[in-house]
Design a protein around this ligand. Sequence first.
Ligand code: ADP
Ligand code: F6P
Length: 323
Amino acid sequence: MKNLAVLTSGGDAPGMNAAIRAVVRTGHARGISTWGVYQGYSGLIEGNFKRLGVRDVGSIIQRGGTMLGSARCPEFKTEEGVELAIRRLHGAGIDGLVVIGGNGSQTGANTLRKMGFPVVGVASTIDNDLYGSDITIGVDTALNVALNAIDNLKVTASSHCRALLVEVMGRNCGYLALMSGIAGGAEAIVLPEVEVVPEQVAQRIQEGYERGKPHAIVVVAEGAKYNAEGLCRYFEEHDLLRGYEFRSTVLGYVQRGAVPTCADRLLGTKLGSEAAEQIIAGNSGILIGVCKGELTSTPLDVVVTGHKPLDPWFMKAADMLAR
Ligand code: ADP
Ligand code: F6P
């Protein structure tokens, strides 16, 4: 291998920059030229590449987002889009690609692999819904942002004797909601993975009120059957919450744009460097992740068809401990 490229795709995640830096500097240490592809698969299709030296990735490890930009690119889901991307790569003399991203991005990487182009994936998404890595780049930072918000909301909820419903990201996965809800001591957590019965959520909150709790925090995953606003509306229409006033807060993109935590910088560094080592060593069609604390390589075919369930221990604990 002579020329290795790297791109970031899908939702940006804090720690992506650490991964880009690690790919570039590992490549350099092995005598390989490294290239950045800008704006994810869109940049691949457009041939938006730039050679990256070790100094081009200086002072990015502490920044959120991705210096390469990211995109959702529907065109890459078409055969013509993938063929054009491969032509662009060959045209630039690039003979390997590291794809830093989540489920959709790794599905795209798998398409490149099937077309014979050497590719290695790096597990990165705040949603933590990617099979092949217990934890993905960006999760720790997003969780801490959500947790800070929950802590703040609990303070004002207590002052006003309110029930606050907090909606967190995660697409169809309840990981961020479950973990931030437990760490934030939420009274109830509403997940896509568990059937939601608004009457039961309301009853749980009401019981707390009757025991003299000055606040209730309900963490709602954005992918649950009812989002925070929907649940508030349901409570109102069915006159389910007496005592507390209630309000909803949607955290949204603040969870994605934060300064990466130490854990995310280290994870990005480890996965990015290992991805470069693997592809330079001639290994392709794999996702680099961490499972049980160890670096792992999982075939992309397995990654894109696999499903990572929520931790059953935390699921059980969430219900038992929220009182
Ligand atoms: P994430 O990687 O964070 O899950 P997306 O699901 O939006 O984010 O996927 C990112 C990009 O990956 C998409 O915009 C598209 O370019 C590419 N992608 C997603 N699914 C496929 C697919 N089935 N085939 C090829 N490319 C895909
Ligand atoms: O995949 C990361 C994520 O932030 C999800 O949690 C969220 O549902 C989605 O991206 C939002 O996507 P977009 O940036 O396209 O609005």
